[in-house]
Ligand binder design. Structure first.
Ligand code: INI
Length: 160
């Protein structure tokens, strides 16, 4: 599978044998379920086997980083896809959840050396969430899945 993009140098993504974790936040689960389905479609297109995918659900985007970090530390997966949806409300809560989730996911990746994809939508409106979680390859879960396979292959290559 070749990932579409402006650069001709995007690699072929052969995910056979890769073990991929998915950590999904239940908050706004009507959107996150569609991101998760998109991620599974993307992984399947890249040849990742069902048996090599491990899934975990957490309450909200705030909890995603800890689950991702502990999963990464377990040494059982080659990359992790984090999924969630944070929609701006009337209070500053949105900013705190987004910031904690973003920084935490980055920390999980940088402290473990396991690629951890940021498939957490941070949005102003529900419509923006719907637009980014549809059935096409522009689904952000699908996009995160492609990133997970690309990064897992790259990190394996760099380590050898
Ligand atoms: N969690 C989300 O994943 N998305 C949101 O939009 C959201 N909002 O708006 O509050 C949200 N909050 C819950 C948060 O992630 C934690 O689960 C909660 O604070 C308990 O720690």
């Amino acid at each position: 599978m070749t990932r579409a993009g402006s650069s001709g140098a995007v690699p072929e993504l052969h995910g056979e044998g890769l073990r991929i974790g998915i950590v999904s936040a239940r908050f706004n689960d009507h959107i996150v379920t569609n991101l998760r389905d998109g991620a599974l479609r993307g992984l399947e297109r890249c040849g990742v086997r069902d048996n090599d995918i491990v899934e975990h659900w957490v309450p909200g985007a705030f909890e995603v980083p800890l689950a991702a970090k502990v999963l990464a530390q377990s040494g059982t997966v080659d990359a992790i896809i984090c999924l969630g949806t944070v929609i701006r409300g009337d209070t500053p809560h949105f900013e705190y959840v987004c910031e904690a989730s973003t920084h935490g996911i980055l920390d999980a990746q940088m402290t473990t050396g396991v690629p951890v994809m940021f498939g957490v939508l941070t949005l102003n409106t529900e419509q923006q969430a719907i637009d980014r979680s549809g059935p096409g390859i522009d689904n952000k879960g699908d996009e995160a899945a492609m990133g997970a396979v690309e990064m897992a292959l790259l990190i394996k290559k760099l380590r050898n």
